[in-house]
Design a protein around this ligand. Structure first.
Ligand SMILES: Nc1ncnc2c1ncn2[C@@H]1O[C@H](COP(=O)(O)OP(=O)(O)OP(=O)(O)O)[C@@H](O)[C@H]1O
Length: 303
């Protein structure tokens, strides 16, 4: 069963086509939507929520039509917007209870549910303080809590790690994975960094200029795009030659080599080649993939 499916979905603004003939289907689980700034991620999400009418094509979310059943879709789907959209003068508790009430929960149930989700996202005592004094990380957690409070079947998270420091990012990504696995809520999460979504997603969709570039299970994805950086004390050229002769794809980068990972055997090949040549291996590091790497990869397979 698909949780959402689009067919030729298009959104044209006067000067730009933000989403261009997009046909894609998403299964239950955690799905990453990756694309550079301006790729059309937010526009796609707003259309899927029934908040922005498409210029062409069709889409269904939880088997509901985005044009004629937007209000029903929003009953079952939670949305964490990209930009800050929180009132500064109320506390997280007041806001989340209010939103729970607006989604139709009675007063007591709304309070209980709000307390539950705020606890799940990791907001403790501070939830009683006005939101205006929160750090970016705390504000992101409030935005996540309000997306979950009406017990959705699916949530759309638009750049949830924006503005967070490395630790905050890690915590947010762990939370997202838990939402998908422990709570059984399907997640569509956007980012401009493929590397950070790799950790938490089952499936990744890449868009560029509003068009679908790729949609695959995370395993296939990382397989196709993974590289390791290799640094040795000396003898870099010899190592490159040895690896190339052994069937590895190697490109020099300054004082290091970038080797495409063909499988676990690539790591063995690097270790063995360095040992045979008597070189001291200083670094063997798996690279985080920026979206640009995927574009480069796709472009090189197209020619
Ligand atoms: N309301 C609008 N009117 C006109 N152009 C718009 C509007 N909303 C978005 N766009 C344009 O559509 C394109 C896609 O924007 P969108 O916000 O969907 O991208 P994005 O992938 O979410 O990027 P970001 O993460 O930077 O928001 C951009 O060129 C943007 O300028």
């Amino acid at each position: 069963m698909h949780i959402l499916a689009t067919e030729g979905l298009t959104k044209r603004f006067p000067t730009v086509t933000a989403v261009d003939q997009l046909t894609v289907a998403v299964e239950p689980g955690v799905t990453g939507l990756v694309g550079a700034n301006g790729a059309g991620k937010s526009t796609l999400i707003k259309m899927l929520l029934g908040l922005l009418p498409p210029s062409g094509g069709r889409a269904r979310v939880l088997d509901l039509d985005i044009v004629s059943q937007g209000a029903e879709i929003r009953r079952f789907v939670g949305y964490m917007p990209e930009h800050e959209s929180l009132p500064p003068d109320v506390s997280a508790t007041e806001l989340v209870v209010h939103l729970a009430r607006m989604s139709g929960l009675p007063r007591v149930a709304a309070r209980e549910r709000a307390a539950d989700v705020l606890r799940h996202v990791g907001l403790a005592e501070e939830r009683y303080r006005p939101i205006g004094g929160y750090s970016t990380g705390m504000k992101q957690r409030v935005k996540l809590a309000q997306a979950l409070v009406h017990d959705p079947k699916l949530i759309f998270l638009d750049e949830p790690t924006n503005g967070l420091d490395p630790r905050g990012r890690d915590e947010m990504l762990t939370l997202i994975r838990r939402i998908g696995t422990e709570f059984g809520i399907s997640v569509l999460v956007t980012s401009h960094l493929l590397g950070e979504l790799e950790r938490v997603c089952d499936h990744v969709i890449v868009i560029d200029g509003g068009r679908l570039l790729r949609s695959s299970a995370i395993g296939e994805f990382t397989q196709a795009t993974q590289t390791v950086t290799v640094e040795v004390d000396e003898g870099l050229d010899d190592l490159a030659e040895r690896l190339t002769a052994g069937g590895q794809t190697v490109s020099p980068q300054g004082r290091m080599l970038v080797v495409k990972v063909l499988g676990p055997e690539t790591y063995d090949a690097v270790r063995d080649a360095a040992a045979d040549l008597g070189l001291c291996l200083i670094r063997l590091e798996q690279n985080r993939h920026r979206i640009e790497d995927v574009f480069r990869e796709e472009a090189s397979t197209r020619v």
